[in-house]
Design a protein around this ligand. Structure first.
Ligand code: UGA
Length: 446
């Protein structure tokens, strides 16, 4: 099939690369000409495991046509996936300008049979809105569908090629079938290895394809993210209880997660959730609920627990040191999770901002972050390695569970510090190992 992917950001580029890798002819359209020329030269604009290798492989077999010319991108396409940003505006409402512009450009250039598929996370009712914009723009209708993405940063390529499910929201059968055909190789387990490595499990059970009307598919996306965030907030609340009553929340989570009705995932207690999706999507879903008169109590609670959890570090530091002004800390990890270079709504950055307000000096090291945005630079001093971050510090805070932090030379780290307090904000290290290096170890609810 010829497929156009509109938007060469995280979701768009992973979608384009994976669709090309399973044999489709793909055009990737973006208004950012600089990004398009970089992609043509083989430069990936962000870090995502396996994406570089996948793009290199497609350059050899089925090259993606990176272009900023919509007529060229859309000519002859059976499907146009819209994968553009839908950030929240300052009032917390979803800003649909990019997705409306993308739909407008598709309306102007698509063939009459092209199915327009929105993959950008957008409020319930967006597909219907896009359908009317397209119809008004071209004077005739195009089929519109919704295909929410469930791509987590750091595992986005694997998540695309080995999905738990494919959700398709469509009003007509032809559109649903057309989207399903795009995924057919994946549904049949015909997924290429990347650099000789198979990313997913050998396929056993068939991958469910859930076909609904568009509003339901739009809600599935928000419900999935909200449930995951709520699950984390739940275990974080348990960690606060464990902290007070005694008990180890990591063991509680393992035991609770063995119940197949609960499952083991997203039960890692820590300094709270962040990233470009959960905070934004939960705010948007709360807004949608409120505007329709629904009081979404669980969503509000999940958010409140998360805010409270961001204060875990400062609570522990205060408990240990009393007054904080003049203290120095080493922050290990800045990204909102490992295997990404994304700092958006990162708990580590929020924590650093909070500590700076309490006049704590923060030196940070992150394995992939080489510079921080200007609005962050005034409260985070970036260090080139963990030992430089720890020099003269009173405490180390592990804020992102980068695997390389398991190899830290804790003894050497402690040697350059003023005091040896280790706050493990991700319950990532073995407490005994940290204590053996002379640190006082504090984990989250353990
Ligand atoms: C999330 C969803 O997991 C994806 O399915 C979805 O497609 C994506 O949002 C999106 O809407 O585009 P992502 O934001 O990349 O993906 O990251 P997650 O792996 O979900 O982690 C989110 C946050 O939760 C991170 O800060 C992480 O550290 C935290 N987390 C995760 C925990 O604190 N504990 C856990 O057990 C799991």
């Amino acid at each position: 099939m010829k497929i156009t992917v509109v938007g060469a950001g995280h979701v768009g580029l992973v979608t384009a690369a994976c669709l090309a890798a399973i044999g489709h002819k793909v055009a990737a359209l973006d208004v950012d000409e600089e990004r398009i020329s970089a992609l043509r030269e083989g430069v990936t604009p962000f870090f995502e495991p396996h994406l570089d290798a996948l793009l290199a492989a497609t350059r050899r077999s089925e090259p993606i046509d990176f272009t900023s010319d919509p007529a060229r991108a859309l000519s002859g396409s059976q499907l146009a996936f819209l994968c553009v940003p839908t950030p929240n505006d300052e009032r917390g409402d979803v800003d649909l300008r990019a997705v409306v512009a993308a739909a407008g450009s598709v309306a102007a250039h698509a063939d009459p049979w092209t199915v327009v598929v929105n993959r950008s996370t957008a409020p319930v009712g967006t597909a219907a809105h896009l359908r009317s914009i397209i119809e008004a723009g071209r004077g005739s209708a195009l089929s519109v569908a919704v295909n929410p993405e469930f791509l987590a940063q750091g595992s986005a390529v694997r998540d695309f090629l080995f999905p738990d499910r494919v959700v398709i929201g469509a009003w007509d059968r032809r559109a649903a079938d057309c989207v399903r055909r795009a995924y057919q190789p994946i549904l049949e387990g015909r997924v290429p290895a990347i650099d000789g490595e198979t990313l997913g499990p050998p396929s056993t059970a068939p991958i469910p394809v859930v076909v609904t009307e568009p509003p339901t598919a739009e809600l599935v996306k928000y419900a999935s993210n909200a449930f995951l965030a709520m699950k984390i907030s739940f275990i974080n609340e348990m960690s606060m209880i464990a902290d007070e009553l005694g008990g180890d929340v990591t063991q509680v989570a393992s035991a609770v997660g063995l119940d197949h009705r609960i499952g083991p995932h997203f039960l890692r207690a820590g300094i709270g959730w962040g990233g470009s999706c959960f905070p934004k999507d939960i705010q948007a879903l709360r807004g949608m609920a409120a505007s329709s008169g629904v009081n979404a109590r669980l969503l509000r609670a999940a958010n409140e627990v998360n805010q409270e959890q961001h204060r875990w570090v400062s609570r522990k530091l205060q408990g240990h040191f009393g007054a904080l002004p003049g203290r120095r800390v080493a922050l290990l990890g800045l990204t909102f999770k490992p295997d990404t270079d994304d700092l958006r709504s990162s708990p580590a950055v929020e924590i650093a901002a909070g500590l700076a307000r309490e006049q704590v000096h923060v030196r940070a090291f992150d394995p992939v972050v080489r510079s921080v945005p200007a609005d962050v630079a005034h409260f985070i001093d970036l260090a080139p390695d963990p030992a430089s971050a720890a020099r003269d510090a009173d405490a180390v805070i592990l804020a992102t569970e980068w695997p390389q932090f398991r190899q830290l030379d804790l003894g050497a780290l402690g040697d350059v510090m003023r005091e040896r307090l280790f706050l493990d904000g991700r319950n990532f290290l073995e407490p005994e190992q940290v204590r053996a290096a002379g640190f006082q170890y504090v984990g989250v609810g353990r």
